[in-house]
Design a protein around this ligand. Structure first.
Ligand code: SAH
Length: 209
């Protein structure tokens, strides 16, 4: 017998597929990762809604479609070593960890980073390294990356340090815009490509909390 969460997860994946997500590894990952474990208990029943949800400290877990779009836009293979900026709940990192060899994820709020690291460890996602700090600086000691996902919104363009930590021909996916509304943009080999309208919390520059 499948649980309510299993059924909701399967329905979510069907909706993602219907809305144009065709990447089988991303869909498989999202069929596996228990999204309800990454949100606070008071919103767990809404975990599979097509919307962002509060995770505390004025931050949000991204909507499933945005997680899927960003992960698929990397176009990185199973052996890829990827970087995520904005760990938040840890859900995005968990999805990336099922698609790729290794994930480094950086969060500026120590409380969120600790909570995400705990859930990821409990669920056995041991190819994810959670760091606390200013993600705009990236992780030079672990670069180059075969893909970088930024899950908070930059005003004009992604931080230079992140573009410098991309392997040749690797993609960086970042929302760009103002006041919560923007466009998801893929940067690769010096070119940029708009992937669609998105809403995100701002990317804060200048240090950990
Ligand atoms: N990927 C997350 C979405 C989190 S929302 C998830 O799946 O839940 C974006 C996160 O980016 C917030 O937690 C915010 O604190 C964090 N953030 C914003 N600016 C940052 C920065 N400069 N470095 C690291 N994290 C940052």
């Amino acid at each position: 017998m499948s649980s309510r969460a299993d059924r909701e997860r399967a329905a979510m994946v069907q909706r993602l597929h219907a809305r144009g997500i065709g990447d089988a590894r991303v869909l498989d990952a999202m069929r596996q990762v228990p999204r309800e474990r990454f949100v606070p208990p008071y919103v767990a029943r809404a975990a599979y809604r097509d919307s962002p949800l509060p995770i505390g400290l004025d931050q949000t877990i991204s909507a499933p479609l945005v997680v899927a779009l960003s992960a698929a836009a990397l176009q990185a293979g199973p052996d890829a070593h990827v970087l995520e900026i904005g760990t938040g709940s840890g859900y995005g990192a968990a999805v990336l960890s099922r698609c790729h060899r290794s994930v480094v994820t950086i969060e500026r709020h120590p409380e969120l980073a600790d909570r995400a690291a705990t859930v990821l460890a409990v669920l056995g996602y041991d190819n994810v390294e959670v760091r606390t700090g200013d993600g705009t600086l990236g992780a030079p000691d672990r670069a180059p990356f075969d893909g970088i996902v930024v899950t908070a919104m930059a005003e004009d363009e992604p931080p230079r340090a992140l573009l410098d930590q991309l392997a040749p021909d690797a993609a960086l996916v970042c929302p760009v815009g103002h006041l919560g509304h923007g466009t998801l943009v893929r940067y690769r080999a010096g070119r940029s490509e708009e992937l669609g309208a998105v809403a995100f919390v701002p990317l804060v520059t200048g240090g950990a909390m």
